[in-house]
Design a protein around this ligand. Structure first.
Ligand code: PHE
Length: 547
């Protein structure tokens, strides 16, 4: 076993930390998930809501997490343990509230949900805020289980691209090939194994050196390649419809569920709500400007998501695909685009390779959360923890891989969940994704900001933030916008509107309330507008051509 007292490993440089955090944020969420959920949720309006969530909720919560991590020098569970008061009335109230909800659900015959709410409520009552950290570890398991399956597909597509097997002339050929690929257990599970093995290998050796160095080379390369892809996609005949779909908002296509998904995705894409940034923050030095780091990571992540959308939607429409295909979208669309480029197989190989790398830098941060818990709190050695939980996640992910399109491979589990909860998603894959992204992460993020804003307190938090960002946190927003940041008279105490005070307001009021509203809206407790008829199906190929 490791000695817990050992000096904690830190990032080699501040730049290295920003890159590693950006590496965690930028991943399949940006390149694979964002385009397909935008496609399923109507395009431009969804993108706008997503951007709003990033600014209003994501950025402030990102700063909360990094601050918590750096201050406590602990992974999530330890961080909450260290800062939680002996007994917290707020936690008791939340716990009691959940038990009451359980009773309510019982009355309505929702036994499975009632049991779940009662269990969570009692745990919260007993353990208080530490539960938020534990929820993060749980989310780490859940997310990595399906994440590594998709990452496995990209591994497989690298091989296929290199062998020249992705030369599809049209969408139906590409669609069929993808369907066969994911339905073949040898490919799906094999590639998932390769990806998990890579994650384990990196985390096993400590993240710092390898990841810091590789991120510096590979992230810019991914960026460049996306630019090339955008140029190719927007110059394809018929690309205009895609650009319109992505960039011009049509609010009639937005649903309550879409809003929740946009919110959930903001958390997912920024790696928030489950302590990944707390963990990474715990390896940060006091000199680092974490205000600026949070901003940089958020901006980079958003930029890459928007670029991915610009590379993909024009191609989707130009190639006659529907944007509503779900998780297979990029795997079916991009090969047909590459096929129309000179050196197609080369670009395809390079692209999927970079996606693998982007996924890897995120995957390791998920595994790191789980590992760091067992290392920090349970005194396991890093090596044992990584191998054991890498294995557990591989098995769970394996189930996911074989039940990707439906529950056929796992009828027993399906029946059990149906009996307990009344209804479940179409597949284990969807279930894990939905539970983690739409519920665990936003809930975790909301609780983290309430904790920092009200329990630990913004006053203590800002003392931590000021280390390394003195001139930043206390910049007066009005003076900054007016270009008078360094003007003596503008830096007097009368100006209370600083970045720090803005942040405080956001995490105390705006972010938690916004998440709560999105939740209530999603479960139809708060219905803003009258129910609409279901939106018409997206335009067919003929309609697009007619335009
Ligand atoms: N942010 C990563 C992505 O966009 C996924 C992730 C979520 C990583 C949560 C860590 C924690 O791909």
């Amino acid at each position: 076993m490791d000695q817990p007292q050992k000096a904690r490993e830190h990032w080699a440089s501040g730049f290295g930390f920003v890159l590693a955090a950006a590496g965690s944020a930028i991943g399949l969420g940006n390149i694979w998930k964002f385009p397909y959920i935008t496609g399923e949720n109507g395009g431009g309006a969804f993108v706008l809501v997503y951007l709003l969530c990033i600014v209003v909720i994501g950025l402030p919560v990102m700063l909360c997490e990094i601050t918590l991590g750096r201050h406590t020098q602990r992974s999530p569970v330890g961080a909450f343990k260290k800062l939680s008061p002996e007994s917290s009335t707020v936690a008791h109230l939340i716990g009691a509230g959940m038990v009451m909800t359980a009773l309510f659900l019982l009355v309505f015959g929702r036994y499975g949900w009632a049991a779940l709410a009662a269990l969570v409520g009692l745990t919260v009552f007993r353990y208080g805020w530490v539960v938020v950290g534990a929820m993060g570890v749980l989310a780490g398991f859940t997310i990595l289980s399906f994440y590594s399956v998709v990452a496995g597909w990209t591994v497989g597509y690298v091989v296929k691209a290199a062998l020249g097997q992705l030369a599809f002339a049209d969408s139906s050929a590409a669609g069929d090939a993808f369907g066969q690929f994911i339905a073949s257990p040898a490919w799906a599970v094999g590639c998932h194994l390769v990806f998990m093995a890579l994650c384990v290998l990196i985390v096993y050796n400590g993240v710092q050196k390898g990841i810091e160095r590789w991120s510096k080379i590979l992230m810019p390369l991914l960026f460049l390649l996306l630019v090339v892809l955008i140029v190719r996609a927007v110059t394809l005949p018929g690309a205009g419809a895609g650009i319109r779909f992505f960039l011009s908002p049509d609010f009639s296509k937005l649903t309550g569920e879409g809003v929740l998904k946009a919110l959930g995705h903001a958390f997912f894409s920024l790696s928030l709500g489950m302590g990944a940034m707390i963990t990474y923050g715990s390896y940060v030095d006091k000199e680092e400007n974490i205000f600026l780091a949070s901003l940089t990571v958020t901006v980079l992540d958003t930029l890459v998501a928007l670029m991915a959308g610009l590379a993909i939607f024009p191609a989707v429409f130009a190639m006659g695909f529907q944007p509503t295909q779900g998780p297979g979208l990029i795997f079916q669309v991009l090969p047909t685009v590459f096929h129309r480029m000179t050196w197609g197989p080369f670009w395809a190989t390079l692209f999927f390779l970079l996606v693998v790398i982007a996924a890897l830098t995120s995957g390791i941060s998920l595994l790191e959360v789980v590992t760091a818990y067992f290392v920090d709190e349970r005194n396991w050695s890093r090596k044992t923890a990584t191998v054991v939980f890498g294995g557990v996640i591989f098995l769970l992910g394996g189930l996911c891989a074989v039940s990707v399109s439906d529950w056929q491979a796992l009828p027993g589990l399906h029946r059990l969940l149906l009996t307990v909860f009344g209804n479940v998603e179409d597949s284990l894959f969807d279930l894990l994704d939905n539970v983690a992204s739409n519920w665990l992460l936003p809930l975790g993020g909301m609780l983290i900001s309430i904790f920092v804003g009200w329990i630990w307190g913004t006053r203590k938090a800002i003392v931590e933030i000021r280390h390394g960002s003195q001139n930043f946190a206390d910049v007066h927003v009005i003076s900054l916008m007016a270009g008078l940041k360094d003007d003596e008279s503008h830096n007097s105490a009368v100006h209370v509107l600083t970045l720090a005070s803005l942040w405080g307001i956001f995490i105390r009021f705006i972010s938690p309330v916004a998440v709560l509203i999105a939740f209530l809206h999603a479960i139809n407790w708060l219905d803003f507008k009258p129910r609409k008829a279901p939106s018409p199906p997206p335009p067919s190929e003929q309609q697009q051509e007619a335009r």
